[in-house]
Design a binder for this molecule. Structure first.
Ligand SMILES: Cc1ncc(COP(=O)(O)O)c(C=O)c1O
Length: 286
């Protein structure tokens, strides 16, 4: 499904268009079936990309309309809100990542699933622990996905400060916006219903790779999230998408550039990043 080119999040109207044109409803089982490959469609899994909630109200209504589960990928959006409500609390399941670079990061790998369903919570606890509820008795094919205790201890301390960290990111985003006003690039769009937590401050800019190199020459890191859309990844070749099928995703992948963003970023550093971008752009024009 293609994205909304302003937020880079999944576009709910594209989900609906897909369901209406490419699926049929199996009334007996109450399940949507993909007409092209016969696969069952059980859930919608929106990613709250870059720290901004997807259009979750719209997606929730699609889930009720078509009897689908909602699984939210909140890996980049810990603390983000939609109409004052935290992401991860809209669906049956919310998935968090505590990878070090995330807004709430530990010092290794870590993550969490949140749900208000006791049944799902029980099942997930079993799966994460080799499929066992009672030690050495296995009732499912599980895996080891326990949160390491050292990581948990670090997260417990950082959790108390996450709102402050997110506020600092928002302040830096606003400074970037001020500094880049009038420059020929697109700064992040913040939906009016959403509290963006700026996991990434991602601009859209022509001649992206050259600007990124100029930043690198000045010792300033920047990154492309992501250079190849999912439907063009080798692993998903079997789904049969062609180049041009998801135009918004494809053109975004050629132009997005994420600038330095972390709570400790200073105003001087932001000004230096912006000046380097402006200098790089003026040399293109010249
Ligand atoms: C949007 C998104 N989903 C999922 C993940 C995976 O998280 P983890 O590596 O903690 O499993 C990431 C991490 O990079 C992410 O950014």
């Amino acid at each position: 499904m293609d994205i909304d080119p302003r937020t880079y999040n999944i576009a709910p109207e594209k989900i609906e268009e897909f369901i209406e044109t490419k699926t049929s409803f199996n009334k007996k089982e109450g399940i949507l079936i993909n007409k092209e490959n016969g696969n069952q469609i059980r859930a919608i899994l929106p990613v709250h990309l870059y720290g901004q909630s997807a259009d979750i109200e719209h997606i929730v209504s699609l889930c009720s309309k078509y009897n689908l589960l909602l699984i939210e990928d909140c890996a980049q959006a810990f603390g983000s809100e939609y109409k004052g409500r935290k992401v991860g609390t809209f669906g049956e399941i919310g998935c968090l990542s505590f990878f070090p670079s995330k807004n709430l990061g530990c010092y290794g790998d870590g993550g969490m699933i949140i749900t208000d369903s006791e049944d799902l919570a029980d099942k997930i606890r079993i799966l994460r622990n080799h499929g066992s509820k009672v030690k050495y008795y296995y009732i499912e094919m599980g895996f080891n996905s326990r949160l390491d205790e050292i990581q948990a201890a670090i997260l417990r301390v950082k959790l108390r400060r996450i709102d402050k960290f997110n506020e600092l990111r928002r302040k830096s985003a606003s400074l970037y916006n001020d500094c880049l006003r009038g420059v020929d690039l697109i700064t992040p769009y913040e939906d009016e219903h959403v509290k963006h937590v700026y996991h990434q401050y991602t601009i859209r800019i022509k001649d992206r790779d050259r600007v990124s190199r100029c930043l690198g020459d000045e010792g300033i890191a920047s990154a492309v999230y992501y250079p190849l859309p999912l439907h063009q990844q080798p692993v998903f070749k079997r789904l049969g998408f062609n180049t041009g099928d998801l135009k918004n995703s494809e053109s975004a992948s050629l132009e997005v550039l994420s600038l330095p963003m972390y709570p400790e970023l200073t105003e001087e550093e932001i000004q230096r990043v912006c000046k380097t971008i402006k200098d790089a752009m003026s040399t293109t024009i010249g």
